[in-house]
Design a protein around this ligand. Structure first.
Ligand SMILES: *Cc1c(COP(=O)(O)O)cnc(C)c1O
Length: 638
């Protein structure tokens, strides 16, 4: 809860605690003395970059909100952390294999993202995981480092296999992972034809199932992967055709955001047993691929809650290495190279969605009349009585009565027996009662259940210049929590309780669940808007899964995307700018032709000229307005 600021000056430490930025920021974000969220490209002790300043620079360059801001240094640092953590665990435990990370392209397929991962990952031989022909072509086009792995998952047709075989010939360390037994025949046939001895891997279904939102791809009922019996069939078939030496990798994927380290550990142990079995069958093996699942602590609670995780990166790596060793040493099987396919944990941190608040709708203090008109209906009189009877002892009763009489008035209105003004009068008394109850409630030790959520109905609605469907689809689709907070004025007391609505006018286009150390909260503390001054919020940790899933709800398109890169002295440059969709772009996606649109409009305008409704020069101005509109940004422009 927010402390009583009347007793004490609000300071940035209070904001740090309220918004939990130290808990979820992983050292990449904090709050400066000036009360602004700052990026720390080299960790908490290094230089700081004010996001507000970055926005000011973008405004000067002609970019409107919303903007997706990428901080390249953070991506670089994430890749380094994952590799360094594995390196440390491998060294400490004297593990004999190496670590090879791959990035699953589906987690963020944007060209500049994959390109940067390939660039920053080269020093660690960081590779790519691909699940389709398109992703394979994208990966090969951006990877120069042939020591890095390419893991081909997904159901593969002949063409996919041919592309993979050609990439193999180019020298890439490429693995075909069989998702279904039937893929093997095609692979063997094409490999023989192209005279390539491919690296073959198999995806297995594990019996264990990790808990979490996104973990439906694991477990025995998962759609992809081979059962142990099918695995043995593959071994037999490879033996028969003299290709067992191509069997190099075992893969599984339990699902994403595995928030409990126990789930990680049981998966590793089961797969290590299967791996040992394959080695004992005579397959050369050499690689164990544990898939994704490394979670992001979105709410900063460090628990096994779905939006969190109860382990650190170091613990994750040490547990994996230790578990593999414990099984394989016992079976006298050499240690494999370890591959993980961390997507979320690699890219989530490096993107922030920035947007401004366009308007606020608040439940106002209500002015009540001293006397009621003669013809006032009974329920209004009753509401007035309820209002004057409120005391600490009867809050629940007053609440029930208020709802009852308000509903009665609504009923009378539907059937035409009271006027609009009479109904409005009733609503004013109703809200006056609710506001008073909410205020009194804070003095209760035990709040009745019905009254617990009364503050939510009194929360302000802050209208943000963005689309939930386009930019935070998981917030809408699976109630995923992202840390959201103001990026400035953090040395001021945030006096309002708010929910956030986007500008799609869809009742689902809202955010009413926010991170909280105790789970989640229905409203977010925000500052009152100030006249003539923008108020900016950031939605953090949005780099994974949010970009390609987004849809064109209400034809709101891609936002502007800007990448910055900081130098060691804390100076930074705008290294990449991608303009968001224009209205014309968006209409084209749904098969309109902007040229045709203008022709049609011209026809309508000319007709209006003929009918004397507008002059020819007015026609010119009207057409100009539509042409400008087509060129404009799909979001609210100031
Ligand atoms: C989605 C996916 C991943 C990525 O999982 P994260 O939890 O984001 O790391 C990895 N491997 C496969 C096969 C996937 O389908």
């Amino acid at each position: 809860m927010v402390k009583n600021h009347a007793l004490q000056q609000w300071c940035i430490e209070d904001s740090i605690e309220l918004y939990g930025i130290r808990n979820w920021g992983a050292g990449y974000f904090t709050i400066s003395e000036a009360g602004e969220v700052v990026i720390c490209p080299q960790g908490p002790k290094g230089p700081q970059i004010s996001i507000l300043e970055v926005i000011a620079g973008l405004r000067e360059r002609g970019y409107d909100m919303p903007v997706l801001l990428r901080v390249e240094n953070i991506l670089d640092a994430r890749i380094a952390s994952i590799h360094e953590s594995f390196r440390k665990a491998i060294k400490n435990l004297s593990y004999k294999g190496a670590y090879r990370g791959v990035f699953p392209i589906k987690v963020n397929q944007q060209q500049q993202v994959v390109e940067k991962i390939s660039q920053f990952g080269t020093r660690y031989h960081h590779g790519m995981e691909v699940g389709s022909k398109a992703e394979l072509i994208a990966a090969v086009s951006l990877m120069r480092d042939t020591q890095a792995c390419i893991v081909c998952n997904g159901y593969k047709d002949e063409e996919f296999i041919d592309l993979g075989l050609q990439a193999h010939r180019l020298g890439y360390n490429l693995f075909f992972v069989l998702e279904m037994p039937s893929e093997l025949d095609v692979l063997l046939e094409r490999a023989t034809l192209l005279n390539v001895r491919p690296n073959i891997g198999v995806r297995i279904k594990l019996a264990v199932k990790a808990d979490g939102h996104w973990t439906d791809s694991g477990g025995e009922r998962s759609t992809f992967g081979l059962s142990p019996a099918q695995l043995v069939d593959v071994v037999d078939k490879l033996k028969t055709c003299g290709m067992l030496d191509c069997f190099r990798l075992l893969h599984y994927h339990l699902g994403s955001q595995i928030s409990n380290i126990r789930g990680i550990r049981t998966g590793v142990i089961e797969s290590a047993r299967l791996y040992a079995g394959l080695a004992q069958e005579g397959a050369p093996m050499g690689y164990l691929d544990l898939g994704g699942g490394l979670a992001v602590d979105y709410d900063g609670s460090h628990t096994n809650y779905v939006s969190s995780c109860n382990y650190s990166l170091d613990e994750y790596c040490a547990d994996i290495v230790e578990a593999i060793m414990s099984i394989l040493d016992e079976q006298n099987v050499p240690h494999p190279h370890i591959i993980t396919e961390s997507g979320r944990a690699t890219v989530a941190y490096y993107s922030v969605l920035l947007f401004n608040i366009l308007d606020v709708s608040a439940v106002e203090e209500v002015q009540l009349p001293d006397a009621l008109p003669m013809d006032t209906p009974d329920p209004v009189h009753n509401l007035r009585e309820v209002f004057s009877a409120i005391s600490l002892r009867n809050l629940q009763e007053c609440y029930n009565d208020a709802i009852y009489y308000r509903d009665e008035m609504r009923q009378l209105f539907f059937t035409g027996r009271v006027t609009l003004r009479q109904r409005t009068l009733a609503e004013r008394f109703f809200w006056a009662i609710i506001i008073r109850i909410a205020r009194e409630k804070t003095r209760l030790k035990n709040v009745p259940r019905d009254l617990e959520n009364i503050d939510i109905s009194l929360a302000d609605i802050y209208y943000g210049n963005f689309s939930v469907f386009q930019s935070l689809p998981d917030s809408w689709a699976i109630d995923q929590l992202f840390p959201i907070m103001p990026i400035h004025r953090l040395n001021e007391f945030p006096s309002r309780q708010a929910i956030i609505s986007d500008i799609t006018c869809d009742s689902d286009g809202r955010i009413d669940h926010f991170i909280d150390p105790q789970g989640m909260k229905p409203t977010l503390e925000l500052h009152s808007l100030r006249d003539g001054e923008e108020y900016y919020l950031g939605a953090f940790l949005v780099g994974a899964y949010q970009e390609t899933l987004g849809d064109l709800h209400n034809l709101m398109g891609d936002t502007n995307v800007v990448s910055i890169r900081a130098a060691d002295d804390g100076s930074y440059e705008y290294v990449r700018e991608i303009r968001g969709d224009s209205v014309a772009d968006i209409l084209t996606y749904v098969e309109y032709d902007p040229q045709r649109i203008l022709e049609n409009l011209r026809g309508t305008a000319e007709q209006a000229v003929r009918q004397g409704r507008i002059s020819p020069s007015e026609r010119f101005a009207i057409m100009q307005a539509f042409e400008d509109g087509l060129r404009g940004y799909t979001y609210f422009e100031r």
